[in-house]
Design a protein around this ligand. Structure first.
Ligand code: E4P
Length: 217
């Protein structure tokens, strides 16, 4: 399963990239606003921090406008992935861009039928938002199960990119189901490293090591 980080904070991206586990980055207009940085400039910087896909989202709502924005965004770097909303115009744009060899992430997916449409439009990634789905009284992980089943039934190549992740259980379940990619905030990814017994174990080993009076090197 690939790990993407969901942020426009370049210090966080660099930190995670150094662990070697980062396969890509997703951003959205809210995350760009939170960074306080210029969209093009920060996207360019992110594209240098990872070789993996970097999702940059269009804000136009019509196909022509989305294509205009995508033209600008895809010139930033070869690893830019254009993010479009799951609407009719979004899927028209998806079809056109992927036919040209540009990666597309279809975002704001909340139903398995929507995911089916994204696959038929040739999306590189589809982003079902599990956290927001849970927040609205649905089971986000059931959505991922349904999409996996449908994509496997027809051997669709669109990758399931589990988005709007809130905690480690979302990641564990994504791996169990066989999702292709997860994107999560830096704090959630960093939380995966932690275990109380790991910390207790380190403490115990260091206490015993101190008794030896030795040092390494
Ligand atoms: C995914 O690409 C989105 O940027 C993101 O996961 C949305 O998450 P949120 O529901 O925490 O805003």
């Amino acid at each position: 399963m690939k790990f993407f980080v969901d942020t426009a904070d370049t210090a966080e991206i660099a930190d995670l990239a150094a662990t070697g586990l980062l396969d890509g980055v997703t951003t959205n207009p809210s995350l760009i606003a939170k960074s306080g940085r210029d969209f093009i400039e920060v996207t360019k910087e992110i594209c240098h921090l990872t070789h993996g896909p970097v999702s940059a989202e269009v804000v136009a709502l019509d196909h022509a406008g989305m294509m205009r924005e995508a033209e600008i965004l895809r010139k930033i770097a070869d690893n830019v992935c254009i993010k479009v909303p799951l609407t009719i115009d979004g899927l028209k744009t998806c079809k056109k861009l992927t036919a040209d060899g540009t990666m597309v992430n279809v975002t704001l997916c909340f139903s398995a039928n929507q995911a089916l449409l994204a696959a038929k439009a040739g999306a590189t990634f589809v982003s079902p938002f599990v956290g927001r789905h849970d927040d609205n009284g649905f089971d986000g992980m059931d959505l991922i199960r349904d999409i996996r089943l449908i994509y496997d039934n027809y051997a669709y190549e669109t990758e399931i990119l589990v988005a709007s992740i809130r905690h480690g259980i979302h990641i564990l379940e994504s791996a169990r189901i066989g999702a292709d990619v997860i994107t999560a905030p830096p704090a959630v990814i960093k939380g995966l490293f932690k275990h109380v017994l790991t910390e207790k174990g380190i403490e115990g080993f260091l206490a015993d090591w101190a008794k030896t009076g030795q040092s390494i090197g």
